[in-house]
Structure formats: C-alpha cells, structure tokens
Design a protein around this ligand. Structure first.
Ligand code: AHR
Length: 510
C-alpha cells in the first residue's frame, strides 16, 4: 500500500537566481550506440538499397528524431564490442564479415564502419566518442585508426581515407581507452591496465590541425563499475598514477559504469509491472548519487582542481530481455518509470556538474534504456526520449542551486523522496526548472520562491501517463508524450501542481 506522507502539504522550493554553480555540460546528455542487437543494424543502418527512407544507408526518421535532441556526442562501437573491434574490417568496398561473440554470436557484416559512423554523426550534428580496442587490439592498430581519421598530410592512410570518400580529416572529440578492462575488456588488474593506458595515451595521436590547441581530443580512461572496495581501489590506482603523470601521457576523464538493475542477472520486467517494482527500481537508481560522491571524493584527493572529468558513459535501467527476443540483444520496453529514472539521474549529474562533465545513456536505439525503438519501417519514441527533449535547454546551462524539502512517500516499505528538482540558467540567461513528482499516486503542489527575479509566469511541458508502466508502442505511440504546462505567478511566487509520476520542465518569465 502506498502511504501518502503529508501529501496535501505544499512543498516549498527556493531558487536564488543570483547564485551560479557549475556549467551543466552538454555532454551529460550523450548517447551510446554499440554493435549490439538492433542498436546499429536496423536502428541506425538499413543500407542504401532499403525501402526505408534513408540517406546513404542511415534511417531518415531516426536522424530527424535525434536532431531534435541536440545529441552532443555518441560513444561507439562499444561497450564490450569495442575490445574485439578491428577498424580495418569496416572500411573500403569489401567488408570483412565477422562475428559478434559478446552479443548473441550473430554475424557482424561490418557494413556500418568508420565512415558510416562519422556520416551518422554529421547527419545528427553530434561529436565522435570513439572507444578503441585495448583488449584484443594493439596500440599500433589504434594509432593507425586515428591517423586514418585525422591526418591532413598525404600519408598512405590519409590517401586511403580520401579514396574511401573523405579527403578532409575527421574530428574525433573523445577517445575512450578500453572498456571495462577489469571485466569484458580483458580482466586486467589496475596496474596492468595502467601500463596500457600510458601506452595508448602516448601513441594514439589526433593529427587534425583543428584539434591541436583548445579543441584537443579528450582521453577517457577506464574507471570503476560500482562502489565496493574493488572499484574504489581501481579509482585510487588510476588517479594516483594521474597525480604523478609526466609529459608523456595524460588523461582527461575517468569513466564510471553503473546500471540500475537491483541485482544481476537483470530480472525486472520492463513492462507489465506495478508500483512495488517502480519503487524498487527508483530506490536503486538513486544510489547513483552516493556512487558519484564516493568516486569524486577519491578523485578530489589526487586532482583537487578537477581537471579529470568523471564520465558516466554507461548508465540506465537494465531489465529482463523481452519475452521471445534474443537474450543477447538486450531488448526491453521503455516506460514512464524510465522517464522518471532518467530525470532523477540527469538531476544527479547536474548537481555534480563540477566533476561529472559527460555521461552516455545505454543505449541509443533498440537496446536497454533506449531513446527510440524501431521495427522494420516503424519507429516509436520512448518516454526517455521525451525527457531528453525536455532537458535540451539544460545543455550548457549554468546550474542554479535550488533548496527544497522533498518530503517522502513510502510504498511496501520503500521510502522515496516525493519530488526532485534542479534549476539552471540557459545561455540566454533564462531560468529553467525541471521538477519530478516521484510519487505514483499523489499530485504535488509546489510553491516556488525565486530570489533575485520578479517572476510573472512559467511555461513548458509535463510528461506523465496513467500507469507507472505506461509505454509507447508502434500501435499506440502517444501514450506517454509531453503536454504543455503553464503557471502564473502571484506576488512573484509560482504555484505548480504536478501530476503524480511526472517530469516537468518549465522556463520562468519575468
Ligand atoms: O551496454 C551493454 C554492455 O554493458 C556494454 O557492452 C558493457 O560495457 C557493459 O557491461
């Protein structure tokens, strides 16, 4: 039974507009597209001969949907896949057909390779986050990939790139050096990984003339995958080495992987669940805050100036595979619960924006907590997609501290905060609020006091639905879609009435 605790009480939310926090880096809204299930093949790539409308093989409907999210960067080609990926198999007229042993053992045709990925990024307007193969590759292979991609001088590799259709060098904004090297990426000890990191960091160079000074490619080291001692020791080891690093190697980010799963193997249903599972999953997702705080504290010890970003480049809800799907394809539905989960995590990242400057939800299309689901020519946008759309104004906005007493509600012995909220000023100076009403049954009345501004009204969108497991399907794509939301201010204060289990983003007008 849900027990409403003081649900009738108004929640006071205070925002002091004169105070500014860290920049909420746009890269916190990054995506992850691995060669896994129908994430790349069918989700992005249908091939130029497909009847599905496409541009050079890349689905037009998916591109249009992603453009609206202003996706800052896409991590590719994995995940575990990256540590078995050999880039030369994915360039040129003749592609080598291989296997994808991590994800169902299916055929990997390599038809979506380097040029197709860069074309996809160009079409959606995002930057490249390449994950290079440390597990089964060599520094030389990775170095040659970067030379192929970025050299302007007429080296043999640059000429090969030009012959394959791209004379100009590509921009590679981010370089991931390995993936989960403590596990699927080669089961390395911290010391062994460190020696790899130093070598790759030194020799995998970006030659693009436009990326030599303040546009330099940022190098991201493998970081922890949880909060227990195995992971804190990993963070300690990498950051300690970073503290005494010499001119010959560097790193700009440390990755963190954390899925909301409650327990492995993933067993929670992604649809057809009730409020108990809603509460359990959300309680588990809120652990992200302490996990970030724990690793940030270690990083602060060795890097008090916060030069190294914590990059949460795999996160999201990971549930049981959909009945009848290939379990290696990690196919799941995406419900209103995922919308709330996404908002809670984005808010956590924003609160830690001084250290967390990049995050990539897993994964973009048809895999895990996806933005988009496709089935042949059909496409549907998920509740998570809409949260990302509503949060676009928060990209590169300045965090503004908001204080509130969230209150609590309890369901089946699980106590959660009733609401969560963040505030930020966008680049034009406009104040935005994002408020989540976590309670699945009670609406929340919130009185917003805005020091330093004479608020007149607020307008934006709200996302909710009738059930915690409401989903969008190909037949009913508009079950969970945002609706307009507005409020008038009285005496400079806004009173907002938020639906149960809802995410709301509004701009304040003065
Ligand atoms: O996102 C699915 C997998 O989860 C990734 O390939 C791996 O890095 C992680 O374990």
């Amino acid at each position: 039974m849900a027990v409403p605790v003081a649900a009738a009480q108004k929640i006071q939310l205070s925002v002091d507009v004169s105070k500014a926090g860290a920049k909420i880096d746009r890269n916190l809204f990054g995506q992850f597209a691995e060669h896994l299930g129908h994430g790349v093949y069918e989700g992005i790539w249908v091939g130029p001969d497909s009847k599905i409308p496409n541009t050079r093989g890349i689905r037009n409907d998916v591109v249009a949907a992603l453009k609206a999210l202003k996706v800052p960067d896409v991590r590719w080609p994995g995940g575990c896949f990256a540590d078995e990926y050999h880039w030369r198999k994915g360039i040129g007229q003749q592609r080598t057909v291989t296997l994808n042993p991590n994800w169902g053992g299916v055929i990997e045709p390599n038809t979506f390779g380097t040029h197709e990925f860069m074309d996809f990024l160009d079409q959606i307007g995002a930057e490249a986050y390449l994950s290079v193969n440390v597990g089964s590759g060599t520094p030389q292979e990775a170095a040659e990939w970067l030379e192929y991609l970025t050299t302007v001088q007429p080296t043999t590799l640059a000429k090969e790139r030009a012959a394959n259709g791209h004379p100009a060098p590509y921009k590679v904004a981010f370089l991931g050096i390995g993936n989960e090297s403590w596990d699927c990426g080669g089961n390395m000890t911290p010391d062994y990984y460190l020696s790899q990191l130093k070598t790759y960091s030194r020799f995998v160079r970006n030659f693009n003339p436009a990326q030599q000074n303040n546009q330099q490619m940022l190098k991201i080291a493998v970081g922890p995958g949880g909060g227990d001692s195995r992971w804190t020791e990993w963070t300690e080891a990498i950051m300690k080495a970073y503290q005494s690093h010499t001119w010959s190697w560097d790193m700009n980010g440390l990755s963190l992987h954390s899925y909301t799963v409650v327990k492995w193997p993933p067993s929670y249903a992604s649809v057809g669940f009730g409020e108990a599972e809603y509460a359990q999953i959300l309680k588990s997702t809120l652990e992200m805050n302490d996990l970030i705080a724990k690793h940030s504290a270690i990083m602060d010890k060795y890097d008090p100036q916060k030069k190294v970003a914590l990059v949460v480049d795999e996160w999201g809800g990971w549930y049981a595979p959909l009945p009848g799907s290939n379990p290696g394809f990690l196919a799941q539905q995406n419900s209103l619960r995922d919308a709330v989960l996404a908002a809670l995590n984005l808010n956590i990242f924003a609160r830690h924006a001084d250290r967390v400057r990049m995050a990539n939800i897993a994964q973009m299309i048809n895999v895990l907590q996806a933005m988009i689901l496709t089935d042949k020519e059909k496409m549907v946008l998920t509740p998570t997609y809409y949260v990302y759309k509503m949060y676009v104004p928060f990209q590169d906005a300045t965090f503004v501290p908001a204080t509130f007493d969230a209150g609590t509600f309890t369901h089946d012995g699980i106590t959660l905060p009733r609401i969560d909220a963040i505030a930020a000023k966008d680049k034009a100076g406009k104040l935005w609020l994002a408020i989540t009403n976590v309670d699945p049954n009670q609406s929340a009345e919130i009185e917003v006091t805005l020091a330093g501004m004479n608020a007149k009204s607020a307008a934006g969108e709200t996302l909710s639905a009738s059930k915690v497991d409401s989903v969008n399907t190909f037949d009913a794509p508009n079950t969970v879609v945002p609706k307009p939301f507005s409020a008038k201010a009285q005496d400079g204060k806004l009173t907002l009435k938020l639906e149960p289990k809802s995410v709301t983003a509004i701009a304040v007008e003065q």
